[in-house]
Ligand binder design. Structure first.
Ligand SMILES: [Fe+2]
Ligand SMILES: [Fe+2]
Length: 398
């Protein structure tokens, strides 16, 4: 049975939730704590799969409580409940909460959110990897991008589209902005899948809060083990892959999601670099020694790859499930069935074309395709179109 803890400073609200979820009592072991201190005591008695906490509480508020839970029980999924009028307050919880729910919350959105995070917990079976991903609040951004964003949000003259362009340059910031805008907190009926759309919806004030007041964005500090060049080349590869995904002949809605998924497709590498540096270095060493593919080395050493790790984190953060699926399978797209050029195929292709162009910026027409990729492209039914795609990629790559 999944163990779920609800935290609020008002017992009336907890009683309401208990009544709302009465039908789930045989599936979920639900506990209720009045206030942060009582919640931590309950966790000490036995850890939980999910903690759902109110934001505004006297003494220890929701963000502080979830921060403690992240540090002590990283396996636990963390959800914050907050009122619509408290947008600025909720940004304080961005670094520590996986999901945001708006108050008052319906039984169905409570149920589906709890169910989604529980299902995701089963996706990554290795507990140490789940713990590492769960412990992450923020991922590293390049300091130059962070400085331009901080400057832009302080400048009364700058436009929201300019701010969106800066955020789009950075994988970690893009993921955080999409997490926040897609939270039930903003009550949108449909997921927002484009960065400009997300920035416009959140507005300058919230982004300013995210950038300056909360600790949602962390600057990458190059160490001796993980060099600055890794972070820079990762960001560049992400942008190149996103540009190529945008140039592929896709349905408009598929294109919008594919561009975001392409931008975030290797976010699992940032997760490994920042939360599991030992394993990250061991993987790099194995790739150098064997000249094998990165995901193959990861699968051998970790039992999973950056593709699943990134998908798990973004799934916890509530990013569109089509994007999450495309990211999970971007190296092994034939594991799932496809309909023509769907999001997953698009991200797989865009990544392949980006890697080719990075190695051969002078042009890739007629270039030999590796055997494993050839078999995959054939199964996906797109092998004969490679030259067409290569030309589109070349045009988008500058
Ligand atoms: Fe990858
Ligand atoms: Fe990639």
């Amino acid at each position: 049975m999944k163990r779920i803890l609800f935290v609020d400073d008002e017992s009336k609200i907890l009683d309401g939730i208990r009544r709302l979820l009465y039908t789930e009592r045989n599936r979920w072991d639900m506990q209720f704590a009045i206030g942060g201190e009582a919640a931590l005591q309950a966790c000490e008695a036995g850890s939980f799969d999910v903690v759902i906490s109110d934001m505004r509480m006297p003494g220890m508020d929701g963000a502080t409580l979830l921060g403690h839970i992240r540090d002590r029980y990283p396996n636990t999924a963390r959800i914050i409940l907050s009122g619509y009028s408290e947008a600025a307050l909720a940004t304080r919880a961005v670094p520590v909460a996986h999901r945001f729910l708006a108050k008052p919350c319906s039984a169905s959105s409570l149920q589906s959110t709890i169910e989604q995070v529980c299902t995701l917990q089963e996706l990554l079976c290795a507990p140490e990897i789940r713990r590492a991903v769960g412990s992450i609040g923020e991922l590293p951004s390049l300091s130059s991008t962070y400085l331009s964003l901080a400057q832009a949000v302080r400048d009364p003259e700058s436009s929201i589209s300019h701010v969106a362009e800066i955020i789009e340059d950075d994988v970690a910031m893009s993921a955080k902005v999409l997490q926040l805008v897609n939270s039930a907190f903003f009550g949108l009926a449909q997921k927002v899948t484009s960065l400009p759309g997300a920035a416009t919806y959140l507005g300058m004030e919230v982004i300013k809060n995210l950038a300056l007041a909360s600790e949602a964005f962390r600057i990458f500090v190059p160490g001796s083990r993980i060099p600055q060049s890794f972070c820079e080349s990762m960001q560049k590869h992400a942008q190149c892959t996103a540009a190529i995904a945008g140039a592929l002949p896709l349905e408009p809605k598929t294109r919008e999601i594919a561009v975001v998924a392409a931008l975030l497709h290797d976010i699992g590498r940032l997760v490994l670099a920042s939360a599991m540096p030992d394993q990250f270095c061991a993987v790099r060493a194995l790739v150098a020694e064997r000249k094998c593919k990165l995901y193959e080395a990861e699968e051998e050493l970790l039992g999973t790859s950056h593709a699943e790790i990134g998908a798990y984190l973004l799934g916890l953060w509530g990013i569109s499930s089509l994007a999450v699926e495309a990211i999970a399978h971007h190296h092994r797209p034939t594991r799932v069935p496809h309909s023509d050029l769907d999001c997953t195929v698009a991200v797989y292709l865009a990544n392949l074309l980006a890697i080719e162009l990075e190695a051969h910026p002078e042009g890739t027409k007629g270039l030999e395709i590796e055997e494993s990729d050839r078999a995959c492209l054939e199964t996906l039914g797109v092998l004969s179109r490679m030259d067409e795609f290569r030309e589109l990629a070349r045009q988008s790559y500058s």
